[in-house]
Design a protein around this ligand. Structure first.
Ligand code: FES
Length: 81
């Protein structure tokens, strides 16, 4: 799976960096290093719902450093095959 975290200006201000750091840690915690490719990407067109994340073709919205773990475990993990 390609997991893209928006680092466009709006999402950047809302904490993309914290989300990327959290996802890095969670990918390691769940041993998904060979299944999930973490990338930074430019604006996903969902700025008002940022930080915006795309997991393959699914959007995960309103992610931040505080809820990144919950979003990862509830919304992203089920999509990893
Ligand atoms: S800046 Fe992230 S969706 Fe637009």
């Amino acid at each position: 799976m390609v997991l893209s975290v928006c680092v466009g200006s709006s999402c950047h201000l809302k904490g993309s960096y914290d989300v990327i750091e959290a996802f890095k840690r969670l990918i390691e915690k769940h041993g998904l290093g060979d299944k999930v490719e973490l990338r930074a990407c430019f604006c996903l067109g969902r700025c008002s719902d940022g930080v915006a994340v795309k997991a393959d073709n699914s959007y995960i919205l309103n992610v931040n450093g505080a809820n990144a773990e919950e979003k990862f475990e509830n919304e992203i993990l089920p999509l990893v095959s």
